[in-house]
Design a protein around this ligand. Sequence first.
Ligand code: CTP
Ligand code: CA
Length: 226
Amino acid sequence: IETAMANGPLKGKRILVTSGPTHEPIDPVRYIANRSSGAQGTALARALSALGAEVVFVTGPADVSLPEGVQVVKIETAQQMLEAVQGALPVDAAVFAAAVADWRVAQASNKKMKKDGKGLPSLEFTENPDILATISQMGEGRPDLVVGFAAETNDVIENATAKRQRKQCDWIVANDVSPETGIMGGQENAVTLISDHGADSWPRMSKTQVAKRLAEELAQALTAKG
Ligand code: CTP
Ligand code: CA
């Protein structure tokens, strides 16, 4: 159990964390989701709060227990997550640990789809808003520090570096989520922090340890910016 440091290095800083998967409806009883457990985002919210930050935690449906002592906003879809994030501004820093669904069903049915004997259903998709890119590219009111995650299964550093450029976030925390690593849904993470200073690969450690180290890096960066 962490106790918030009343005078921690993040005292007076308001920090947003997104976490978990999103659920995108197909009909009232079905949805599309992904394997995010919410563990890394939750650990991060706890670690930031422990350093004294005021944390807003925007989370999709996840089974992990909610972080204590933070403001929790529960959402289901990517569109709702974007609205919740915009509603939480202004913040000093924003960390996007959520595994946002890239696509949603264009026309979710408001009635349960039935096996009516007329063949198989086909789903048409549309792209969800990119929350990280939206916040990274806002002009006035942009958080001082915007941090994304990049879950990759191959060419991790190249892909994540390109992602950072494309989205215009300050830092990307890259991780290898190929099935053989067991990271997706597991207790550990092996990340590379990509910033203006280059790519810094950390040893494999618990998601709690990754969260603590990242929270410390954030504290240093925010303190340096005043
Ligand atoms: N992200 C987001 N909104 C989206 C998609 C992603 O905010 N609609 C954020 C994630 O929370 C993460 C970062 O963007 O911090 C990278 O997510 P990722 O899925 O790796 O990137 P994509 O741009 O969706 O690229 P792809 O899935 O094709 O690799
Ligand atoms: Ca994606």
